[in-house]
Write a protein that binds this ligand. Structure first.
Ligand SMILES: [Zn+2]
Length: 216
């Protein structure tokens, strides 16, 4: 019986062929594509630094966990070990649980459905639906259409999923921060800004804080 740490002891094996590009990395592209998580965390912290200065714990915690998600996912796809699979799946659940515990109870999400126009506009602007849908399609197609991707010699959709899910979080987190400031930090007014600038065709949203009372 193989050890739970041994190579290929996991229950899942993704579409990418194993040990093609390296003798020690089972799924090469699925492993290296997790670098996107190491870029995501510092980007979130840097762009939303005003929020972090006022309320450091949630974003630091979630960013730290996202680095762990990247690390454990790398370990999993490198070894395809059972422990790797558990760590990969558990770290995602930890991150979701921590994010919910910091943000969900205070954000009063049901109220967002009845939100004012400007907040609906914020939701629309900071959501990137094509990105979210592509994530989902890539994950599903890697599982279900693997025979097709192997036939055309392009079994890399799970690595695209890694990159796109990190990108989606870059768009989703400012939205959560925006509502946290709206509902929980009444002395500040959140403002959605775009990096590198408003006029660029592709932008990354982030939140700055205005102090409305100081203008009086
Ligand atoms: Zn993965």
């Amino acid at each position: 019986m193989p050890s739970i740490f041994s190579y290929q002891s996991a229950e899942v094996d993704w579409c990418e062929s194993n040990f093609v590009r390296s003798a020690v990395i089972a799924e090469y592209y699925n492993t290296i594509s997790n670098v996107s998580f190491f870029l995501l965390s510092p980007a979130l912290l840097y762009l939303n630094r005003q929020y972090c200065q006022k309320k450091a714990v949630p974003l630091y915690f979630v960013s730290g966990l996202l680095i762990l998600v990247g690390l454990f996912s790398m370990y999993f796809h490198m070894t395809l070990s059972y422990v790797g699979q558990l760590l990969d799946e558990l770290s995602i659940l930890w991150t979701l649980a921590v994010a919910y515990s910091f943000w969900y109870p205070q954000a009063y999400f049901p109220k967002c459905i009845k939100t004012r126009y400007d907040q609906r506009d914020t939701v629309r602007k900071s959501q990137n639906s094509p990105l979210s849908w592509s994530c989902l399609c890539f994950w599903i197609s890697d599982r279900w259409l693997c025979w097709l991707w192997q036939a055309i010699n392009f079994p890399y959709f799970h690595s695209f999923w890694h990159v796109l899910i990190a990108l989606s979080l870059l768009y989703c987190c400012p939205l959560v921060i925006y509502f946290d400031v709206s509902y929980e930090m009444p002395s500040f007014k959140p403002k959605l800004e775009y990096w590198p600038s408003d006029s660029w065709p592709v932008v990354v949203p982030y939140v700055t804080l205005e102090e409305p009372h100081k203008q009086c």
